[in-house]
Design a protein around this ligand. Sequence first.
Ligand code: EPU
Length: 419
Amino acid sequence: MDKLLIQGGTPLCGEIAISGAKNAALPILCASLLSSDSLHLSNVPRLKDVSTMLRLIEQMGVEVTHEGADGVVLNSRGLNNPLAPYDLVKTMRASILVLGPLLARHGEARVSLPGGCAIGARPVEQHLRGLQAMGAEIHVEQGYIHARVGAGGLKGARMVTDMVTVTGTENLMMAAVLAEGETIIENAAREPEVVDLANCLVSMGAQVSGAGTDKIRIRGVQRLHGASHAVMADRIETGTYLCAAAATAGNVRLTRTSSAYLDAVVDKLLDAGCDIVAEREAIRLKAPSRLKAVSVRTSPYPAFPTDMQAQFMAVNCVAEGSAVIRETIFENRFMHAVELIRLGADIKIDASNAMVTGVDRLDGATVMATDLRASASLVIAGLVAQGETLIERIYHLDRGYERIEEKLGQLGAQLRRIR
Ligand code: EPU
């Protein structure tokens, strides 16, 4: 298993380009299941999760052609096997995103029920309830969701989700675009990735309005056609590099991205004492020599994202003063804290609150990555720590950060992958 060896203590300085968003690319790849024409995608990040999703839809009969560094063309004319098997779903929960499109286009799907994961139980009953409201018959047997639609196909419905769910909203939106009549999703996720998916669906001929608000209205159409779509920039990758630069007292410019979807994170970094300049398609950050500790509370968009919580905890570990980090989305998303403590951080966990008191220095040690964003927080801490930090199990990082050691190297970080 690959490990990352970091020699800490160098401020990150320079310029790098941000990749396409993982959490936009994954549902958009699934949108290709909705049409028999080709979907041309660009700015698709080369990540493990993306290749897993491509493998999943390929074994369903979708033709996948790579074009250049970040392009992919998908054609699902030959879709013949509406199955998401356990061995793929267990490696990537976002596989559940095939359920809505498969039902809409194929009338049938068999998708392994995702189990719990390192950050929480993460059930999917909202996805199933919404599909049932549209007329799908669903039962769970031997660990698989068996879903089918009667002869009349899916019917539009009005639904209110019990909580804000990102992939739930995306799944239901994809099912509704080919359903008969109007679907209204209330309490919809407002995340920018939901909007990017909606934009892609609209360019395929779908009638979707209200994406980006908590009420999405979809009028079903008979068929969707081919389209071209560029995946939005990854706001979480952007935020992660901003935090890495902030924690190392660095000075960076991130291109092919924008601060547009990062207000909550940018505000916290400003509170911490950073200088941030938003350009049209770039963002610059200059950090002070010592940051101030800043409290954050995670919530659905547009509030502070749970996917930035671990990285911000790492920032607070070396800031001046104390801060409380409150996680409200996932019940077990503090696994990085115990690893950060191994590097010398002062963190006390009480249920969903982490009290972080900044220390003068962290010291390198061997630590273990437990999930994607936890791994990112360990990288940030390793870049700050004195001496060597060895991060084990970095396959988590490869799921969501494209060429991370190359990009950090470009910013002057001393690190290498050990195979
Ligand atoms: N929930 C339920 N029942 C459901 C659906 C969700 O109880 O049917 C709960 C979850 O357990 C959680 C909360 O609702 O407590 C929100 O979960 P959500 O469904 O929004 O999460 P998700 O769609 O599974 C996506 C991202 C995650 C990100 C969350 C929250 C993708 C592929 N994944 O997950 O990204 O943390 O939204 O913003 O879009 C990551 O990239 O590292 C990552 C984990």
